[in-house]
Each structure stands twice: as structure tokens, then as C-alpha cells.
Design a protein around this ligand. Structure first.
Ligand SMILES: Cc1ncc(COP(=O)(O)O)c(C=O)c1O
Length: 390
């Protein structure tokens, strides 16, 4: 394909890491995962990292952990404020744990939660907010963090699309009590499948370690606040304290992640150079609504919404992109309220509608970014869109 949605970022270092891991004979979660968790958390200046087999699983164990906290656990029927655009598995664990979702529209320019509507999202049962930075662009995390503190809400940051982005000199994925990341192919770093939760809270860290692996105690250190160890090793070896899952990562993922993490700053810098070029090429053209950067985007991809005021036919634009061999797709998962899965949710919609999320769903798309020089692809994209939108 002339301009694909994504590209592999693996090189000889990742291949060597795979070979070393296979030669070690250790395939299940072990030392490499533990080292990666520590190194990844340190990169973000956070205390604890719990790796899982995907970003979706990271969201699942993060939400689950809040239900088993000793102090003020979440309860079924509690409410959580969420943006109308995100990936399905931002929302699914909330449904699975019996929470009621209050959807807030996004800002059309940033594609992130419209913080002017936060107050209206609040009810006496609101206990949490999930903040999502869409496609590398930081949400108004400073405002959301303040709001969460003022109203005593748990803040979960789903940062699966925005690793290494920054707001006011602070990395996204560090604002929440719990912060999730994805290492799926095409994300900022890739371990094939994989994800992690970062937190500074020791109890939540231990809860997630147990929930990640069968709900047992085996991965918890002596002196964990979660349980008292008995004398009998026979029973201690298979002691289940929580209703957990098995969402452990593979040792290979840890080994690959350590190599990818070393490359992250250079990869982000290249993504940002591509973003600067994209912004230059399209700036000031009112036919296309681009994502406005809030802070420093780590630019997962380039979003374009066809301005409804300019009456361009979406299908004509999509056909032109296909003919030009340019990959494109829906912005994240589009508006979640438009998906069939919503019928299983207990939810309501702040202000009764989400017009911006609907517009992004109907007239938006993204083309890929990756840590390579994309000048010829972006220049060609500009040319193709110009012709299609005459
Ligand atoms: C915002 C968001 N959350 C969660 C996920 C799930 O991550 P994974 O694909 O690693 O399960 C994604 C996937 O891209 C995502 O975009």
C-alpha cells in the first residue's frame, strides 16, 4: 500500500529479545515482564506498573480493582462520566461491573471530552471519571483532575492511544489514580498484544496483581496489605482472595517492550515531525476540521472531519482515498452511542445528545502516522483530497 495505516517498528533489537527469551525457556510471565513494568513506570515517573495481555485487559483490571478497595470501593449502580468517543473496551468493563455511564460530548476541535459539560455530568451517584486522550492528543487532563479532586471522584485515565503525549510538561497517563496503556501493533510501542496500568497506589497495585492472575496471592510480596499469610505453604501456594481472571502477559511481551521503550523518545519525535508537516499542509483550509493540539500530542494518527458547511460528499472522498491506495478508518471507534452494544448498557447522555461525536462519526476519518518520514505520503494525501473536494 502506498500509504498504510501503520508500520512495524521492530528491528534487530526486538528480534534478539525474542530469541533470547525463547532460548531462556521461560515463556510465562517472569523476570522480563517484571523488569519492563519497573522500567515503564520509571519512564513515566510512576511507582507501580502492572502489565496485562492487552490495553483492554488493563482497563478491566483497573476498574475491577476499584471494587475491591478497602476504603470507599466502587459499588454496582455508581455512576461514571465518560466521553462519547473512545474505544469499545474503555466502556465494556464499566458495564460488566454494573456501573451507569453518563456520556458527555467531545469538543469537535480536540475530539476529547468537553470539560465545559463536566458539571452537568455530575449527580449524587457520580463516583468516577474516565478521561481519554484521543489519538495522541491530550484531553484537558488538568481540568479533569481538578474536577475529580473537588468532587471526590476516582480518575481513570485510558491513555491507550496517547503514550508519551504531554500536557503542561507532564506526561499523559500520569494524571489518573489508575492509568492504562496499550502495546497493540501500530500503537506508540508494540509488544504484539499487551497493555499496562500505572498507579502510585500500593493497594491498587496489589489488587491488580491478584486480579490479573486468578485472584491468587502468589504474585504478592510478603507483607501485602491485602492478606495475612498463614504458616501452611501447601495452602498458601493456591490461595484465592479475589474474583480474578487470567490476563497475564507473556514473557516475550516484556522482553520486546524493554527494547521498544528505549526507542520511544526518538519514535515520538518522528511522529511529531510528521504532525508538524501535516498541520502545515492543511492549516487554514476550512474544508477540513483537523484535531487541534492540546499540549504536546504524541500523534497516533491524523484526523480529518469533512466540514459540513462545505458540502463535500464523504463517499466521494473515501473512494478517492481508496483509489490512491491510502489507508483510512473511523476515528477511534467513532461515537460509542451509535454501536449495537449500547443496548446492554445502563447509561444516559448529558444534555440529551452528542452532536460533535456524531459529526466525527459520520464525516470523520483518520490516516496513519508512524515513526518514519511520511513527507511524500502526506503531500500525496493533500493532493488527493484537494482533487476530491473541489
Ligand atoms: C482508547 C483505547 N482504550 C483501549 C484500547 C484497547 O487496547 P488493546 O487493543 O490493547 O486491547 C484501545 C485500542 O486501541 C483504545 O484505543
Amino acid at each position: 500500500m502506498f500509504y498504510d495505516l501503520s508500520a512495524s517498528t521492530w528491528g534487530p533489537e526486538e528480534n534478539d529479545a525474542i530469541r533470547r527469551t525463547i532460548q531462556s525457556g521461560r515463556f510465562t510471565m517472569g523476570e522480563q515482564v517484571a523488569l519492563f513494568e519497573r522500567e515503564f513506570a520509571a519512564y513515566f515517573g510512576m511507582k507501580h506498573g502492572v502489565m496485562a495481555n492487552s490495553g483492554s485487559s488493563a482497563n478491566l483490571i483497573a476498574v475491577a480493582a476499584l471494587f475491591f478497595k478497602k476504603d470507599r470501593p466502587l459499588e454496582r449502580g455508581d455512576e461514571v462520566i465518560v466521553p462519547a468517543i473512545s474505544w469499545s473496551t474503555t466502556f465494556h468493563p464499566l458495564q460488566q461491573y454494573g456501573l451507569k455511564l453518563r456520556f458527555v460530548d467531545v469538543q469537535l476541535e480536540t475530539l476529547n471530552l468537553d470539560v465545559n459539560k463536566l458539571e452537568r455530568g455530575l449527580t449524587p451517584r457520580t463516583r468516577a471519571i474516565v478521561a481519554v486522550s484521543i489519538l495522541g492528543n491530550p484531553a484537558a487532563l488538568d481540568v479533569i483532575e481538578r474536577f475529580a479532586r473537588e468532587h471526590d471522584l476516582y480518575l481513570i485515565e485510558d491513555n491507550c492511544e496517547s503514550m508519551d503525549a504531554e500536557l503542561n510538561g507532564r506526561k499523559t497517563g500520569t494524571f489518573g489514580l489508575l492509568n492504562t496503556f496499550s502495546f497493540f501493533f501500530s500503537h506508540h510501542i508494540s509488544t504484539m498484544e499487551g497493555g499496562i496500568v500505572l498507579t502510585n497506589d500500593l493497594e491498587l497495585d496489589h489488587l491488580m496483581r491478584s486480579i490479573r492472575a486468578h485472584g491468587w496471592t502468589r504474585d504478592l510480596p510478603a507483607g501485602s496489605p491485602l492478606f495475612q499469610r498463614h504458616g501452611d505453604d501447601h495452602f498458601e501456594a493456591y490461595r484465592f482472595i479475589l474474583p480474578g481472571y487470567n490476563v497475564r502477559p507473556l514473557e516475550l511481551g516484556g522482553a520486546i517492550g524493554r527494547e521498544q521503550l528505549k526507542k520511544l523518545p526518538a519514535m515520538t519525535a518522528q511522529r511529531r515531525r510528521n504532525l508538524a508537516l501535516f498541520q502545515n499542509l492543511f492549516a487554514g483550509d476550512e474544508r477540513f476540521i483537523l484535531q487541534r493540539e492540546n499540549g504536546k500530542s504524541s500523534c497516533f494518527s491524523f484526523t480529518i472531519i469533512l466540514n459540513p458547511a462545505c458540502h463535500m460528499e464523504r463517499d466521494r472522498v473515501f473512494a478517492a482515498l481508496r483509489n490512491a491506495d491510502i489507508g483510512f478508518r473511523m476515528i477511534t471507534g467513532g461515537c460509542f452511542l451509535r454501536h449495537d452494544a449500547i443496548r446492554y448498557f445502563d447509561y444516559d447522555v448529558v444534555d440529551g445528545g452528542v452532536p460533535n461525536a456524531d459529526l466525527a462519526h459520520d464525516r470523520g476519518f483518520f490516516v496513519g502516522n508512524c515513526p518514519q518520514d511520511l513527507e511524500s505520503q502526506l503531500v500525496h494525501l493533500r493532493h488527493v483530497l484537494d482533487r476530491a473536494c473541489q
